[in-house]
Structures are given as C-alpha cells and as structure tokens.
Design a protein. Structure first.
Lengths: 352, 333
C-alpha cells in the first residue's frame, strides 16, 4: 500500500517536470530577431500615459504574439517605487527621480514616449478666455473670486465677463497632472503662487476636489462658473471649453497637439533624456505641457524579457508615435525621437 | 444583551456524534478536543492579525510620528511645505460620523420599533430583507450614485438653507459658504447614514425583540398606550443594546472610505461649514497614497494607525456603556 503511494508520487512529479523541461529547452533555442520567444513584461505607474500604453500594447500584441505586456495605472510615485524594488520590468512616470527619493539600484534609462497638454478648462457660456500664468495662479489660490475681476479683464479686454463667482476644482487624488500644473504656476507666476508644487498641494479652503481627470471634467461641466485643470484628452472627451494660456514668449497659445510638441521642442533635453517642457521657450509652445517616461534597466539579465522590451520600445518609437495623435497625445519632436531610438540600442540583453 | 454578544459557550460540551472516536477512548472525546483547539486557534488568529497590522503600520509610520510629534494633530496638511498635521482629517472623520449618526439613528430606531412592535406580522420579513439589502450595496456604488444624481440637487438645497439661515448666530456660521458642487461634509455624512442604517437597524431590532413579554403585558395591563409601553418597558430594557448598536454604527461610519472620498470635496482644513468641503482620515489615505513618498507616505500610514486606534476606542467605549447600563437596569445579559 505504502510503496504504491510512493511510486504514484514519483510519477506525478515526473509528469509535472516533463513539460517544464520541454518548454525550457524550446524557449532558449528561439532566436532573438524576428518572432520573439514567449515573455511577459509587467509595468505600472503613471496614469497619464495609461491611455497611450493601452493602445500601443493592444496593437503590439499581433506583431509579437508570444509577448504579453501588462501595464497598470497606479500612479507615477507607485511606479517609481516598484521600479526601485524590482517588482516590475518597466515603470511609467511623469517626473524623474528626485535626489531625496530612493534611487534604482542599477543603471537605468528614461525613455520619453509622448507629450500632452494640460488644459485650463472652465464653464462660462459664450466666453473664449485668454489667461496669463499670474491670473491662473490668483484664481487657483483664491485671490480672485469672481469672473469679472480686473485681472481677468486685463487678459481679455474684449470679452463680456459675467459677475458669476469662481468655483475652483482640483484633483482630490494625488496626481502627476497636479504636479505639472503647480510646477507651471511656481515657475511662471512665482509672486502670485505660494502653495508650492507637488502631486498634492494644500488647496485653499472652499475649493472643490474631484477624483481623476474625468472627475474634475465632470464637476467643471456641471458647475456654472467652475474652473479646473484637466488633461487634453479628457477635456476633449467631456467637450469642455479651455483657455489659451500665455507662454514665456508672451503669446496666448491654445492647448493642442501641435503646441504641446512645440513645448517639447523648446525644452532643453538632458543627456539622460529627462527634460522639462513646462513653461518652455518657443513662440508656439503651450506652457502647461506634460512629459512622461518609461523606466527600463540597462542590463537585462533575462534574455527573453530583454529582447521583448527592446522590441516594445522600438515599436513605441515607430508605429506608436503615429498611434499617439489618434488618442490625443502628441508624438515626440524629431530630435528627441532620434535620441530615444539611439538610447534603445544601449540596452544590453544577456545572451540566451 | 444576549442579542449582541453571542451566548456564552456552554462549559460542559454537548454529547458529540458517535462513530468518530478511535480505539478505547469514549466516543467524541477526540473531536471535542479538536474542536476546542480549532476554536482557540481561530480566536487567537484574530488577535494575531490585529497585532500584526498594528505593528507593521506603526513601524512604517514611525518617521511621521518622530518628525511631527504632537504636530500630527495640527491643522496644517501641506505636503509641498513638508507639513503633515492630520488635525483636519481627524475632525472631518468625527464630523461625518456625527452627521451620519444624527440622520441614521432616529430612522434606524424607527424601523426597529416598527418591525418589532407595530408592523403586521406578514410585513415584517419584507421590511427586514429590504433594509438588509442596503448593506449589500458596495460603497463605491453609493458614492458614484450620489455623485451622478444627488450632488446637483443637494447643492441647490444647501444654497437655499444657507441663505435662509444667514445672519443667525451659530447656525448661520455652520451653514455658511455652501459648496456650489454639492461636495461637502453633509453629502458624505448623508450617504454614510444610508450605509450604516442597516447595521444599526438589525442590531436594535434584535435588542427590542428580547424585551420579555411579561414586561410589555404589565405595561398594557396598567392601561398604557403602545407608545407609553415602548417608553416604559422596551426602551429601559434595551438601552445598553441600543447605545452599543449606535457605537458600532459610528465605528463603521468613521472607516467608510471610497464613497466619502468621492463626495467630501477633499479640502484639508478644519471648517465649521458643514455644507462645505472637508476630508477624512480614510478618504485622504485612499486619495493620496498612490503618489506619496517619504514622510507623506509615512503620514498616510500613520493616519491608518490613528483610524485603528479611534475604531478600537469607539468599540471599547461601546462595551463600557453596555456594561454600565446593564448594571444599572439590572438586565440579565
């Protein structure tokens, strides 16, 4: 009785091990070019690039059938932390690591993927607004409380402004959108904006918080006299009106894909491909433009994963850039794209 | 009190089913031992889990406690400036809890009395089922429903209440500056009230149902009306149970997260304006945890510790109330 039990156990173990061995040998024999061997890439982080990533991942799947890419939008901060801890194969972030943050333990790359404008959207019927950074700062810090304030009139001498009181709507969840928006105000209106910048700031009492870009969009749409910052694709999807914002060259520029690309072009790109398009120079640059990056380690010790990630990045810089415009993200300017493609070649993949 | 605390386990076990024992032992002894150990392990597991949660969260939150000291109770939440006082959130947590109780307790007691004393027998079950059904709806559904349907009309109501009461001392201050979007302490409290009504109702209903029939009949025998009977017999008998039901409701209310996060408006300042935005411990954790690093992250975990302490504190308070009333009224638990 007992011996037969032992024998049966042995058979079960052998049966389980056999396919594993077969898969193991099969995978290592596959070539790195052309059709890739089976691999799963897990990434998480920035919700700002989530929409773009989903579309790119969806169209990458038929190209490399054996490769599965997963991306979870749980916030840039979570993405950077997970990347440091080695929980994910790549991470999405809207901001580079700060010197005070825990740093990734091994050499890694920033891969810029797309850019997009953040709109200043408002709910006032039949008014096309132009706003300077100073006026925006005063509105969002509560210094201006009604729409016919002198500062708004100065920016819009010809507009008919109602006496409606202003309702400020901000993100209640911590967000890269808030970080970029407040970073713009800190840079462009240092005297009027004293709340600092970050993914959460201490908004004045009486302002309204809503969850996510879509939450802010809904609240602005539903509330007469409301104003809020909403990313471009959500603002368009909710059919919001948005203001033209005065850039560093003194021009009022409406947010669109062209003016966002203009901001990326006007920004100074660091050797590690981090750059700051916020309040960038350039006559056609929209000043509140959000960058975003994918983080990847330089040394890829897993051959299959390494090959897959190189192929995925190349796809982003090829077909991905064309897909971007269809979902309201702006592709990278040519110079940056060239640098990014060169950086993909620096990834070292272990021999299989 | 038998309704809330499960009846104490009988010291001498009931005879176990036969046929499971082995060897010469009396049948049932082995399974009885097994049962005793499994029961003990389950009991200890709860304590162990609670202890582990308390330990790990406190450990992760330690940088916040060390950096802020008693400043954790300050009203100065401002991450870019490195200030992490949770005063506004603790205040908001209690304010939402109190609003929820003020709305929910009278309704829950009313339903409880209606079901046990007033309603015809065939109506009782459907009412109980319907109220219990409220408890089965997920928090996020309440939140999104309120956001889609309630906040707009509520904003108008708040606005008219506010203008009608402006100028009255105290009340005018409380109703001042209504939120134009409807997101406020009040809206959050209203939804939490709906969410805690089932638990308070089912607890009070069971407490009312334990009123001994002779007590009620004695009241009727003395010529009491139904309300006089309830006041003279049902209420004194169930006081401890009702207070404890309310406390359990409060415990649930202060822990509500997603619905509150959607509806409270996320303003981290102590404000007397109940129609204006605020924030609670649970909702700020849900909102800000994703992007938080460093001290801010420690602070958010630390607020979880504060919430745990508050919830346990409310629970202990509930117990002590129950014990005091039980002793006073001489009711047998």
């Amino acid at each position: 009785m007992q011996r037969s039990f032992v024998r049966r156990c042995g058979l079960v173990v052998a049966a389980l091990a056999l396919p594993v061995l077969l898969i193991g040998t099969g995978a290592s024999a596959a070539p790195n070019t052309g059709k890739l061997a089976s691999a799963t890439l897990n990434g998480d982080g920035s919700t700002f690039q989530l929409g773009f990533n989903q579309v790119v991942i969806g169209s990458f799947k038929p190209v490399q059938k054996a490769v599965t890419v997963n991306y979870q939008g749980n916030g840039s901060g979570a993405g950077r932390t997970d990347f440091v801890n080695g929980v994910v194969d790549f991470a999405g972030t809207d901001a580079p690591y700060k010197s005070t943050d825990p740093q990734p333990p091994k050499p890694f790359f920033y891969f810029p993927t797309v850019v997009a404008p953040i709109t200043v959207s408002y709910n006032l019927s039949d008014v096309k607004l132009k706003l300077s950074a100073d006026t925006i700062a005063k509105i969002f810090s509560g210094a201006i409380t009604s729409w016919n304030d002198a500062a708004i009139k100065t920016d819009n001498p010809r507009a008919k402004l109602p006496s409606t009181s202003i309702t400020v709507v901000h993100r209640s969840d911590s967000s890269g959108t808030t970080a970029n928006f407040t970073s713009f105000l800190t840079k462009a209106a240092p005297s009027s904006w004293t709340l600092g910048s970050g993914s959460t700031v201490s908004w004045p009492s009486g302002t309204q918080g809503a969850t996510g870009n879509s939450g802010v969009a809904k609240l602005v749409k539903d509330t007469d006299g409301a104003i809020g910052y909403v990313d471009f694709s959500d603002a368009k999807a909710s059919d919001l009106t948005f203001a033209a914002v005065k850039n560093s060259g003194g021009k009022f520029i409406p947010p669109n894909l062209g003016s966002a690309a203009g901001a990326a072009q006007g920004a100074t790109v660091n050797p590690d491909l981090t750059y700051d398009p916020i309040n960038a120079t350039g006559a056609a640059a929209y000043p509140i433009t959000s960058p975003t990056w994918i983080l990847v380690y330089q040394d890829q010790s897993d051959a299959n994963k390494g090959a897959a990630i190189v192929s995925f990045l190349n796809y982003i810089y090829d077909q991905g850039q064309q897909l971007a415009t269809s979902i309201d993200y702006s592709p990278l300017p040519k110079s940056l794209l060239k640098q990014a493609r060169a950086q993909v070649k620096k990834i070292t993949v272990a021999a299989s | 009190m038998a309704a809330i605390a499960p009846p104490r386990e009988n010291e001498s076990p009931a005879p176990a089913p036969k046929g499971l024992g082995t060897g010469s032992r009396p049948p049932g002894v082995f399974t009885d031992h097994l049962f005793r150990w499994i029961a003990l392990a389950s009991g200890l597991l709860v304590l162990a889990i609670l202890g582990l949660i308390a330990y790990t969260t406190t450990k992760n939150a330690w940088p916040w406690f060390r950096a802020e000291g008693f400043g954790i109770f300050a009203d100065n939440w401002d991450p870019p400036k490195g200030q992490y006082g949770a005063g506004a959130m603790i205040y908001g947590t209690f304010l939402v809890g109190i609003i929820a109780l003020v709305i929910s307790v009278p309704i829950s007691l009313g339903i409880g009395l209606f079901v046990t004393e007033v309603a015809p027998r065939r109506l009782r079950k459907p009412i109980v089922y319907t109220v219990d059904l409220l408890a089965a709806i997920p928090s996020v559904v309440y939140g999104l429903w309120a956001l889609a349907v309630l906040t707009g009309p509520l904003a108008d109501i708040y606005d008219s209440i506010s203008s009608a009461t402006s100028g009255i001392p105290l009340i005018g201050d409380i109703t001042a500056e209504p939120s134009p979007t409807g997101l406020s302490y009040m809206t959050a409290g209203l939804i939490v009230a709906i969410m805690i009504t089932p638990i308070i109702t089912s607890l009070t209903r069971e407490v009312f149902a334990t009123t001994p029939q002779p007590l009620k009949e004695a009241a009727y025998g003395m010529g009491a009306t139904r309300w006089e009977m309830i006041r003279g017999s049902v209420f004194p008998h169930s006081r401890g149970g009702v207070v404890s039901a309310v406390m359990i409701g409060l415990g649930r209310a202060i822990g509500e997260t997603i619905a509150v996060a959607l509806l409270i408006g996320s303003s981290q300042h102590i404000s007397a304006h109940i129609f204006g935005p605020g924030d609670t411990l649970a909702s700020i954790i849900a909102n800000q945890f994703n992007e938080a690093t460093g001290i801010q992250r420690a602070a958010l975990i630390g607020m979880g510790v504060v919430l745990l302490v508050l919830t346990v504190g409310v629970g202990i308070l509930a117990r002590s109330f129950v014990n005091r009333y039980d002793r006073k009224s001489g009711a047998v638990a």
